[in-house]
Design a protein around this ligand. Structure first.
Ligand code: ZN
Length: 153
C-alpha cells in the first residue's frame, strides 16, 4: 500500500461516545493532520491548506499505528459499513463491535462531527511530533481543531 497523505506531525483526538450496537459508553480515537500536510495527487505531493481528520484509513505508518494502539488498543484493523474491505476502526470496549467511520465523521451529531465545534471539553486532542504517513480515502474538515505544524516538505 503506497501512502497518499503525509505530514511532519499529527494529532490524536480521544473522546467517549455511545456504542452503536450495545449503547454502552466506549472510548474512541481519531487521527488528524494540520494545514500544511501533503497529499499525493496526480503523481506529485501537493501541500494542503486545511487541517483534516482522516477516516477509512487502510494503511498507517507502523510507528503511528503503534502509538495509537498504545493509547487505544480497541483501534485496530477491521471491516464495517461502506468503507474499504479492511481499515483502521474503533471497536467497542464493551462488546467489541466495530464502529462505522461514516457515522462518526459524516453524520451530524456523530462523535467526530460535533455541533458545538472542537473546543468542547469532551475532546482530548494531543499533538505528536513525529512523521506521519497513511493511505486514507476519508477526509473530514477539522476547522479550528488543529494548529498548523508548518510545511511537510
Ligand atoms: Zn458495544
Amino acid at each position: 500500500m503506497n501512502p497518499d497523505v503525509r505530514s511532519l506531525a499529527y494529532f490524536i483526538v480521544h473522546t467517549v461516545a455511545t456504542c452503536e450496537r450495545c449503547d454502552q459508553p466506549t472510548g474512541l480515537v481519531g487521527v488528524g493532520i494540520a494545514a500544511g500536510h501533503e497529499c499525493y495527487i496526480d503523481d506529485e505531493w501537493v501541500r494542503m491548506a486545511a487541517g483534516v481528520w482522516l477516516f477509512h484509513v487502510e494503511w498507517l505508518l507502523p510507528a503511528v499505528a503503534d502509538t495509537l494502539q498504545d493509547l487505544a488498543p480497541q483501534f485496530r484493523l477491521g471491516s464495517r459499513g461502506d468503507g474499504p474491505a479492511e481499515c483502521w476502526l474503533n471497536h467497542c470496549q464493551q462488546c467489541n463491535a466495530p464502529q462505522d467511520d461514516y457515522w462518526l465523521y459524516c453524520e451530524p451529531g456523530g462523535a467526530f462531527l460535533p455541533d458545538g465545534g472542537w473546543t468542547d471539553d469532551r475532546f482530548d486532542i494531543i499533538q505528536v511530533d513525529a512523521p506521519f504517513s497513511a493511505s486514507a480515502s476519508g477526509f473530514a474538515e477539522a476547522t479550528g481543531a488543529l494548529a498548523s505544524t508548518g510545511s511537510a516538505g
